[in-house]
Design a protein around this ligand. Structure first.
Ligand SMILES: [Fe+2]
Ligand SMILES: [Fe+2]
Length: 139
């Protein structure tokens, strides 16, 4: 999935974080699908998991702060979805540490991250931008 300008929510920090996520997830999924040596795939999984563990904490914190700042009415529901994703990243890391790197786990992780871009970043996060646009118009 390629980042498009229309995915911007209008806050530079949040938009840069989303862009970085798009880049990370896309290169991760490409590596999984490629004929790259298994060791390289494992390296990419390590890199992506390490990135995600930090990203979900920092990005969700910043995005929730932004929602609070603009008075986004669906903040609580949105935070709940973020928490579920944090739990998922913790769970997949634990599974990875216990079972090691298995094809099935990689596919599941890649699928989940792609779905996150489509269902969350491009859909749910966009609702914040729509809310801000509506609010600015009504002033
Ligand atoms: Fe986001
Ligand atoms: Fe979000």
């Amino acid at each position: 999935m390629i980042w498009k300008e229309k995915y911007n929510v209008g806050n530079v920090l949040i938009d840069n974080q989303h862009k970085e996520l798009f880049y990370r997830v896309t290169t991760f999924v490409e590596t999984l699908r490629s004929k790259t040596a298994w060791d390289e795939k494992v390296e990419k999984v390590n890199e992506t998991l390490d990135f995600m563990k930090v990203y979900v904490v920092n990005h969700f914190h910043d995005e929730e702060e932004y929602q609070r700042k603009v008075g986004y009415p669906q903040l609580n529901e949105h935070c709940k979805v973020h928490s579920e994703m944090v739990e998922y990243v913790v769970a997949i890391s634990e599974q990875y540490e216990k079972e090691g790197c298995k094809e099935e786990l990689l596919q599941q992780f890649g699928g989940k991250l792609l779905a996150w871009l489509i269902n969350h970043v491009v859909a749910e996060d966009q609702k914040i931008a729509e809310y801000v646009r509506r609010k600015e118009k009504s002033i």
